[in-house]
Write a protein that binds this ligand. Structure first.
Ligand code: BF8
Length: 629
């Protein structure tokens, strides 16, 4: 049992944000088990697994290698430690690439259904982007209806998943020098599914045993995600729901309402949640909420579904991955609606301690103990309305004595799509390049990724972002990193006060924050496009630019392709959590050193965010000198 001062201390140890700390305290008082308790119960975690030296790929195993060079040095099949570590990495990375890309495929399928008039509630929102992307695909746009164009584009994008063409159209957006490196090393992605399937083939017993060959395919698979599946998810979502524009909204658990029906939209894919946003505007449902004693309907987002909704519609965001159980523990959530990815299977148990209903919506992601309301494009708006009705019906079950909503939400500015950043600069990246050449801005770093219970929630993201902006390095963010910085007040123009003089002047001039929210995790593709455009303007490769990437608190398999497509595209990337590769010196050396000779970038592992900032600054300075600036 914790005393109240112990609870406070424990909460401060777990999370950086005050609102999170308050609800962690409440969860402890209420006896709710969260990821932090489960993480503690897992200690000590398996050292073999952490080093990546355990192979469970076939029925002759599990096998494990002595990490100190003794025996056993090989698995039953004869695989050595380099094979096992690299194969495990490729396996995990492919899972992540599949998750992003399958999400992308679903968005394209709905674009097709929308074009064919079969999708309820959807329309083609951004016709300008539709035409621009269609032209990249060689699809004629003159004199054609947007539905006709969208149909051809959706079919063109669906073809990217196979391998008939042998290349991914969107990867053509990369600068020539970057593409030449991919060609030279045989890592140009051919098709999204193809690379993932080939990865699955290679990790089968008795296929690829050469760690260099395995890691090159990991790069190819990651590129198929970043410049393929994820980029398709981003662009198609923009076409269907609008390309984000700067807007203001709110973040943290204080976005939940004391007197409205709270619906938390959690997961990754905006397809259903965008319909829920529409449904919540239905006058009959609004009236129904009032009849049930509520003052209205309050939608809030969580994780990347939340980021999608924040970016386009300004829906407040309640939190990132470690907040999903905390949101329920406020006692104020009528419904948590989930699609897929990063959903803790524990949430029905947490919800069972309160009145919250958890609604699962994807055939791919059913969770026992939840209410299943299947999403399909044909009935999306009707389903969305049913979900809102279910939440309203649950409002009278809320027990006000068990509700605690913490403090005030933090104001945030979001919506920085690549298009809008460019527009803010006057249509080209020249002003940014000039500021970089003049040294006003030293470089740009993308901070991305998750929370991990091993690190105080948000501490890695926020500390790193503060360190970088102090050093005149502009920060762009996605995913849970962006939510962390939102909660900490860094997504506001006023945060430029904490930036170095050069960056501060640029932010003040443009009225932008020094940390730009560019979207969800699939929207890391926006960062790739931005880097590509800057590189093209300078006539160099992405690997020549003073750029960096960081994932200080990553946990997800999806973070592996993200980091790897950053590095394979030329962006030096620092991980705050060690990947499971330390069992093989050869794999470690290749990823942290050897790649520099290929892409002029590599991975680094540095758990201390201040030291991570040193590494990133050093790399940015190295690239600046090489450019002669
Ligand atoms: O795709 S940052 S915890 S929510 S995996 Fe998940 Fe990681 Fe958050 Fe979004 Ni990305």
């Amino acid at each position: 049992m914790f005393s109240s001062s112990d609870i406070k201390q424990e909460a401060e140890k777990r999370a950086l944000d005050r609102a999170d700390q308050e609800i962690i305290g409440k969860a402890i008082e209420d006896g709710i088990e969260t990821a932090w308790e489960r993480f503690a119960l897992q200690q000590p975690q398996c050292g073999f697994g952490q080093l990546g030296v355990c192979c469970n790929n076939c029925a002759m195993g599990p096998c494990r290698i002595d990490p100190y060079g003794g025996k056993p040095s090989h698995g039953v099949c004869g695989a050595n430690v380099d094979t096992i570590v690299s194969r495990n990495l490729l396996d995990d990375l492919s899972v992540g690439a599949a998750a992003h890309s399958d999400h992308g495929r679903e968005v394209v399928e709905v674009l097709l259904e929308t074009a064919e008039g079969k999708a309820e509630g959807y329309r083609i929102y951004d016709e300008e982007k539709l035409k621009r992307v269609a032209e990249e695909y060689g699809i004629g746009t003159a004199g054609r209806s947007k539905e006709d164009i969208a149909k051809d584009l959706a079919l063109g994008m669906l073809a990217e998943f196979g391998s008939v063409k042998g290349f991914i159209q969107m990867a053509e957006r990369a600068p020539d020098k970057t593409k030449a490196i991919w060609t030279e090393f045989g890592i140009t992605p051919r098709g999204i599914d193809r690379e993932i399937v080939e990865a699955m083939h290679r990790v089968h017993m008795g296929v690829d045993a050469d760690f260099v060959n395995i890691l090159l395919h990991a790069m190819r698979t990651a590129l198929a995600d970043g410049w393929g599946g994820s980029m398709i998810a981003t662009d198609c979502s923009d076409i269907l729901f609008g390309t984000p524009k700067p807007l203001t909204s709110w973040a943290n658990l204080g976005t939940l309402s004391t007197d409205k029906v709270n619906v938390v939209l959690h997961g990754h894919n905006p397809l259903l949640s965008e319909m829920i946003v529409q449904a919540a505007e239905d006058p009959d449902l609004k009236k129904y909420a009032i009849e049930k004693g509520a003052k209205g309907i309050n939608l809030v987002g969580m994780c990347c579904t939340g980021n999608e909704l924040l970016m386009r519609s300004g829906i407040p965001i309640a939190g990132n991955i470690l907040d999903q159980e905390l949101a329920i523990a406020t006692g104020a959530v009528e419904a948590m609606v989930v699609d897929y990815q990063c959903i803790f299977p524990s949430i029905p148990a947490t919800a069972g301690c309160y009145h919250t209903k958890v609604v699962t919506t994807s055939r791919k992601a059913k969770i026992p103990g939840t209410q299943y309301m299947e999403f399909s494009a044909e009935t999306a708006l009707s389903t969305a309305k049913e979900i809102i009705r279910l939440a309203i019906d649950n409002y009278p079950n809320r027990n006000p004595d068990r509700v605690r909503i913490p403090g005030k939400p933090m104001k945030v500015m979001a919506g920085f799509s690549e298009e809008e950043i460019r527009k803010a600069l006057g249509g080209t990246y020249k002003p940014l390049i000039d500021a970089i050449v003049a040294g006003q801005i030293k470089g740009v770093v993308g901070i991305v990724g998750c929370n991990h219970p091993r690190i105080k929630q948000d501490y890695g993201h926020v500390t790193l972002a503060k360190e970088l902006i102090k050093r005149n390095i502009l920060v762009v963010e996605t995913g849970c990193a962006a939510i962390a910085c939102g909660k900490a007040g860094l997504l506001l123009p006023e945060a430029a006060e904490g930036a170095g003089a050069g960056l501060k002047a640029v932010c003040n001039l443009l009225g932008i924050p020094p940390v730009l929210h560019m979207g969800s995790c699939v929207d890391n593709s926006r960062i790739l496009v931005m880097a590509s455009m800057v590189a093209k303007e300078l006539g160099v490769g992405i690997g020549d630019l003073p750029l960096g990437g960081a994932a200080p608190e990553w946990y997800s398999q999806k973070a592996l392709p993200i980091g790897t497509y950053f590095v394979a595209s030329g962006v030096y990337t620092v991980l705050g959590i060690p990947p499971k590769i330390f069992g093989s010196k050869n794999v470690l050396n290749l990823l942290t050193e050897g790649l520099k000779g290929i892409t002029n970038s590599a991975f680094a592992v540095e758990p201390d965010p201040v030291k991570a900032a040193d590494l990133l600054e050093e790399e940015i300075n190295r690239k600046r000198s090489a450019l002669g600036i």
